[in-house]
Structure formats: C-alpha cells, structure tokens
Design a protein. Structure first.
Length: 79
C-alpha cells in the first residue's frame, strides 16, 4: 500500500463532523434532547481549528523543504 502524508487538518475536520453526527444521532435516538443551534458552533469551531492546523502544517512543510533545498552539498561547497 502506498504511503501518504499525514494531514492533521482533515483529521480534525473529520472528528468534529463525526461529533456533530453523534450529537444528532443521540437526539434522534432519544438519548438526550439537543437544540438545533448547538451543532453550529461545534462544526464552525472544528472547521476553524482544521483550517489553522492545515495552515500550520503547510507552513512547516514549506519551510522544511526550503531549508532542505538550500542546504549545502559537496558539489556546491567551495574548495
């Protein structure tokens, strides 16, 4: 199986959307009573956290590749 890079933004978004689904499933199943507006902050907050995590991941990976590209090699070093 091919490996892929870890994307924490998608993980966080998925967790918060799954939480929203669990909240509505508990309400539909009669386990608890959930007002309709409760899920809006859960989804919005989760998407904001996911966007922040994705941006930070992008910035770290971009900086890491830029540093690797500018690292001196034996061919580039002065004699």
């Amino acid at each position: 199986m091919l490996r892929h890079e870890f994307q924490p933004g998608k993980l966080i978004a998925g967790l918060f959307l799954a939480l929203a689904g669990i909240i509505y499933a508990g309400d539909a199943g009669g386990a608890w009573e959930t007002p309709w507006f409760v899920v809006i902050p859960v989804v919005t907050g989760g998407l904001c956290l996911a966007a922040t995590a994705a941006f930070l991941t992008y910035a770290v990976r971009r900086r890491r590749t830029a540093r690797k590209d500018h690292a001196p090699t034996e061919a580039n070093e002065p004699a």
